[in-house]
Ligand binder design. Structure first.
Ligand code: 13P
Length: 264
């Protein structure tokens, strides 16, 4: 597999959504740790994003065995502490050695009414606590069919990245997740996914300069499987994947983390 332009190391992230108890999560991470070998971690960085209830168990396991899988969260609140019943603060996540935090997932925007303003606050909170946001952007089927995909995605970038400095951009990951491809088995074609990821990079160059554009990883998400990861990764501007359903099973996720290469 050739090096990515700008030496961007692919990031393969498993978003487990509201699946897996802490016991299931431990079992999956144990199997993953057994399946993935040093050569696999050379090829791609891997993160898992369990539910909040499983974060501590997974952290303990990763730390105890020095497993080079990064711990991720699926969401966060933007205040450090206070009377916000049910919320989890960035301080709490940072204390668990969480490296990556997904912000602005379309399911949060759709089911929990998260506006770009809220997403922006969450993203800034993640950065403030030295964790790395994975910012999700993407269009609905109606928007795609109306030909406004780029307008939607670039508009989300504009709104969600308010107040983010070029220096802070070094820790940011962007995930392009077309909403119509999430959980539907209908993956974007590699060419369609590449077109939007490339548009994201062009936007980054215009707003943050060529260095940030070349260095920022842009993942694709939406029905990624062991069967389609290699063709997606063959595109120049796709630097990994944010995987839902296929990340729940250790063996399937390990195959994706190997970027479709055979296990050694
Ligand atoms: P699926 O891989 O299940 O389509 O989910 C994608 C996703 O939403 C990851 O965040």
């Amino acid at each position: 597999m050739p090096a990515r332009p700008g030496e961007r190391k692919p990031l393969i992230s498993g978003n487990w959504k509201m699946h897996h108890t802490h016991l299931d999560a431990i079992a999956v991470v144990q199997k993953l740790a057994y399946s993935l070998l040093p050569a696999d971690y050379e090829r791609a960085e891997v993160s898992v994003h369990p539910a909040f209830t499983a974060l501590r168990s997974v952290q303990t396991l990763l730390d105890a065995d020095d497993v080079p899988i990064a711990l991720g969260a699926q969401d966060v609140f933007y205040e450090d502490s206070g009377a916000f019943t049910g919320e989890v603060s960035p301080v709490m996540l940072a204390k668990l050695n969480v490296s990556y935090v997904i912000v602005g997932h379309s399911e949060r925007r759709q089911h929990f009414g998260e506006s770009d303003e809220v997403v922006n606050k969450k993203l800034l909170a993640v950065l403030r606590h030295k964790m790395r946001p994975i910012l999700c952007v993407g269009e609905t089927l109606d928007e795609r069919e109306a030909g406004v995909t780029e307008t939607k995605v670039l508009g989300q970038l504009e709104a969600d990245l308010q107040g983010v400095s070029p220096e802070a951009m070094a820790s940011l990951v962007i995930a392009y997740e077309p909403i119509w491809a999430i959980g539907t088995g209908r993956t974007a074609s590699p060419a369609d996914a590449e077109a939007v990821c490339k548009a994201v990079r062009t936007w980054l160059a215009e707003h943050y300069g060529a260095g940030v554009a070349t260095g920022t990883r842009v993942q694709y998400g939406g029905s990624v499987t062991p069967d389609n990861i290699a063709e997606l990764m063959a595109e120049d501007d796709i630097d990994g994947a944010l995987v839902g359903g296929a990340s729940l099973d250790a063996e399937r996720f390990a195959q994706i983390a190997r970027l479709g290469q055979p296990a050694k």
